[in-house]
Structure formats: C-alpha cells, structure tokens
Design a protein around this ligand. Structure first.
Ligand code: ATP
Ligand code: MG
Length: 399
C-alpha cells in the first residue's frame, strides 16, 4: 500500500470545498481560482504517486472542476455580454442550470466507475483449496438461486470472507458470481469512503438502491462484493460522527435485504484482512463468516502444478519438495515465485545474447532456481498475523 501525503490531499480538499462554497454563493471569479488550485494539488498528487488506487477518482474530480471552470467562464462571458448589450436574463439562467446538471452527472459517473458491474469469467476449479469457503458459498448462494422453492426459511444473504492477503477472497467471490450467472458488483469500500465522493453514508445507500433497481428490472441474481469492508468503519475524512452514520446506514441496508422478502436475490459478500476491527452488530448481519486460509500442503502442490504447467522443467523437478519449502506462503506468493523462476531463465537467455535468435529457447527451470528465489523472498504474511486470524476465527467463525 502506497501512502499518499495526507497534507497534499488535505490541501486539494480544502481548496475544492472553498471553491464549491464560493461557487454556490455566486462568487465565480474567486471560485475559478480555487478550483484551479485544487486541480493543481490533485495533479501533483497523481504525479508523485502514479500507482495510488484513488487516482482514478482524483482524475475525475480534476476533470469535473475543469468543466466547472469552463462553464463558470462561459457564465462570466455571458454576464459581461449582458452588461454590455443587456442580453436577456433568461439565457444566463438557462446556461447556469445546464452546467450545474452536467456537474452532478459527473458525480454519478464517478460513482458508477467505482462500482463495477460485470459478469466475471472465473471458474470454480480455478480456486484452489478453500473447501469450507466453497461449500458455504454453494449452500447459501448457488443452490438458492437454482431452486429457491427448496428454501422456505430463506437463506443467509451475507457472507464475510476474512484472512490474509492473496489467498483467494476476491477470486472466490468472482467464481461465485460466475457460477450463479448473475451480476457481480465489485465495490472498493475504502474508495467509497473517500471524501471526494461526497458523504459516505449516501454512497452506501446509493449502492444498495442501485443494486435493488437492477434486481427489479432484470431479475437476475446479484452479488455485491464489498472489498476492504472494515474501512466502512473508519472514515478517512475525520468528520465527527461520520463513522457511526456510515455504519448505521450499512446495517440498515443489510437488514433491508434480510427482511424485505425471504427470497431476495441480492447477496452481499464482504472481504477483510482485519476482521477484529468489525464489531458485533456488523458481524451479526453476516450469517456466514469464513476464514480464507493460507494454502495447505496439498493446495500448494496444486498451485505449483498449475503455475508451472506451461514451463519447461528440469528432470529433477519435484513439486512436493517445493511445497515443503513454502509453508506459510500465500497462493499469490506462490504465483509470484513461479513467475520469478520463469523470468530467471528468460533473463539468462537475454543476457547470453541468444534471445535475438528466434529459434532459441530458455533452459528448463530447475529446483535450484526455485530454491534461490525462495531464499530471497519471504512470505507476505507473518506468523503473528496468522495467529491473530486463527484466534479470531476460533471465536467468531460461522460456517
Ligand atoms: N485459492 C487460490 N487458488 C488459486 N489462485 C489463487 C488463490 N488465492 C489466490 N490466488 C492467486 O492470487 C491472486 C490474488 O488473490 P485474491 O485477489 O483473490 O486475494 P485476496 O484474498 O482477495 O487478497 P486481498 O486481501 O489482498 O484482497 C489471484 O488472482 C490468484 O491468481
Ligand atoms: Mg481481494
């Protein structure tokens, strides 16, 4: 995770809110100046941290301010003309409304971008291991969508996936959505909390409204995947009382889908690396709480087999021995290790100068390559973290 200098973000935010205030009071020229300062601060932020995940939002914000500046400038010109030759008042008023509308359209687009409505293309078999999680998802999501008549008491509509990074939470949610042949709405909760999108509790309510609307019009199952759900509890805008409002809004929406009808086809899967920061009221709405664990020996074998499948391997290559070396590594670590081994032999080919010959091939990868890589690549999850997950799981898991 890249840290964005809070100072720069705060500066941009301060300029922007001051600009909006002046804009609403009709001080166009001053507002334009402040919008410009906000854009400059946002651009700087994007330049310094090109990989930051909120950049898309910053860019959209900057564009929205730019458009607002343009329409304010048009209003200024029209105003000047009016003063010059007494142009009719109506034109100005009309223009003004149009520009305000387009500004709010932009906000809607911004929200739509945050929420990706898609039909994922991930198959169940691509998710290695995690049998508990797969079973729970099948029982509470897949089967009810196929034969809702067999579930007179309804089914759980909230599932919480918790566990260390890179073990398949997102992958599982995508596979579930593919299996039920429904929409997969992927929401990044931390982005939703961003002050750039307005008040966070309104975003929460907008999200559920949108999901319900799609459900009503298209009547196909809908899976709302809320990644980093713990960030709904800690707002970044430091507004007093903000966290509580967001949390309450979320709880109300969850009750809405649990009570509305026993047959709601809206499912919520929440994912978190920090389950301990969720409180009881929150947990109660997720009837299933599933630990997405590090891969066990068998799963590691499977992962190595899958990722080394397209590679040429040395005769002494033993997958079982490799899996012993990477106890404590995540599935995504294993993927990275395999990629690094492949890069190693390709780099060698380039460095030998032979890569330019189209018929040349890299040498097969060997156990030695893997051992060298594992030596300098530590697991991305610490033992202490794993202990905390196990402890939390023992106390709160619900399969
Ligand atoms: N169980 C798994 N089976 C197969 N591949 C996996 C598995 N878990 C992780 N991977 C690989 O690692 C990548 C990252 O996994 P994923 O995004 O699902 O992790 P995550 O648990 O959601 O992590 P985070 O908490 O960081 O969001 C996947 O795209 C996939 O390539
Ligand atoms: Mg994820």
């Amino acid at each position: 995770m890249i840290l964005v200098p809070q100072e720069l973000e705060n500066t941009a935010s301060k300029y922007a809110s001051e600009a909006i205030k002046l804009d609403s009071q009709g001080s166009r020229r001053k507002a334009i100046q402040l919008y410009q300062h906000a854009i400059e601060a946002l651009n700087k932020l994007i330049q310094i941290y090109p990989e930051y995940k909120l950049n898309k939002i910053y860019i959209e914000r900057a564009n929205a301010y730019m458009n607002r500046i343009k329409s304010l400038q048009i209003s200024n010109i029209l105003e000047d003309e009016k003063n010059d030759d007494k142009a009719s008042n109506e034109t100005v008023v009309k223009k003004k409304t149009v520009s305000v509308e387009s500004n709010s359209d932009q906000l809607c687009n911004e929200f739509d971008n945050l929420v990706m409505k898609e039909k994922p293309n991930v198959s169940w078999t691509e998710v290695v291991g995690l049998d508990d999680a797969k079973r729970a998802i099948r029982e509470s999501i897949v089967y009810p969508t196929k034969r809702s008549d067999l579930f007179p008491l309804g089914w759980p509509s909230g599932i919480l996936l918790f566990g260390p990074p890179g073990c398949g939470k997102t992958l599982l949610a995508a596979a579930a959505a593919a299996e039920i042949d429904g929409y997969f709405i992927n929401v990044d909760a931390s982005a939703m909390m961003s002050k750039w999108l307005g008040e966070a509790e309104k975003n929460v309510s907008k999200l559920f409204k949108m999901a319900n609307k799609v459900l009503e019009t298209e009547n196909i199952p809908m899976l709302l995947f809320i990644d980093e759900i713990d960030s709904l509890l800690g707002t970044r805008n430091g507004e007093v009382g903000g966290e509580i409002r967001v949390k309450n809004q979320f709880l109300t929406e969850m009750d809405g889908i649990n009570n509305k009808s026993k047959k709601s086809k809206l499912y919520v899967i929440g994912a978190t690396n920090k389950p301990w920061s969720l409180e009881a009221g929150f947990l109660r709405r997720f009837q299933k709480r599933i630990y997405v664990t590090l891969p066990d020996h068998e799963s590691r074998n499977y992962l190595f087999r899958q990722y080394t499948e397209p590679l040429k391997k040395d005769k002494g290559f033993r997958i079982d021995d490799l899996s012993k070396l990477v106890q404590g590594y995540s599935a995504s670590d294993i993927k990275d290790i395999c990629q690094a081994a492949q890069l190693r032999v390709v780099n060698e080919l380039f460095e030998s100068g032979k890569a330019l010959d189209e018929n040349s091939d890299p040498r097969p990868v060997s156990m030695y390559d893997f051992k060298e890589i594992i030596k300098i690549r530590k697991p991305s999850v610490s033992i202490e973290m794993i202990r905390s997950y196990i402890k939390w799981s023992e106390q709160f898991k619900a399969l």
